[in-house]
Write a protein of this length. Structure first.
Length: 194
């Protein structure tokens, strides 16, 4: 089977797994995340709020940046020309009592996170830093939260769900960098087509 046919067939299966839970752009975003995960069962854990596609794309249209928690997330983002992504762990050498990802989110907030798109695919502590900064220093346009983990990931995502911020998230302990990158790539799609 040719590669294009394999991809088309797989993407159609992801759309079918999404079913009628979402419509339009959100359905396509959900299908992109499911395609990246290879797990149709993940559909039950996807959460969207605050019209995240519109919110993120409006910020990106204004030239706002993306702020990723770790290099693995940034490596998976297919960044169109003239788009910026900051990588939190590269912005802070030491955490000073917290994780490098959380410290880097704080270090990069003004240049990348405030008003932009926060892409958290690995470190729940980075998501908590995003939530703290959203309250004290200016909110991001949208948060992508697919950070996995057994100790604080669920609590961090629950805090996001009650924050009032627009978000794309995988609830519970599941997630990963590839899912965050898939969501970001879907949101950046219109700029790659230009």
């Amino acid at each position: 089977m040719p590669p294009e046919e394999i991809e088309a067939r797989s993407r159609e299966m992801a759309r079918e797994a999404v079913g009628v839970r979402w419509r339009g752009e959100e359905a396509e975003l959900a299908a992109s995340i499911l395609y990246a995960s290879g797990d149709p069962g993940l559909a039950g854990d996807l959460r969207f709020s605050g019209d995240p596609v519109t919110a993120a794309r409006a910020a990106l249209d204004r030239g706002c940046a993306l702020l990723a928690d770790v290099g693995m997330v940034a490596a998976g983002i297919r960044l169109p020309a003239e788009r910026r992504v900051g990588v939190a762990v590269q912005l802070a050498a030491t955490g000073g009592g917290t994780t490098r990802a959380a410290a880097g989110i704080k270090a990069g907030w003004d240049g990348y996170g405030a008003g932009g798109v926060a892409v958290i695919g690995n470190a729940p502590t980075a998501l908590l830093a995003v939530l703290d900064l959203a309250e004290s220093c200016g909110a991001p346009a949208c948060v992508i939260a697919t950070c996995p983990g057994f100790s604080i990931a669920t609590d961090a995502k629950e805090a996001l769900f009650s924050s009032g911020l627009p978000y794309v998230a995988v609830a519970g302990t599941r997630g990963g960098s590839g899912l965050a990158a898939a969501a970001a790539n879907y949101l950046l799609g219109p700029w790659r087509a230009r």
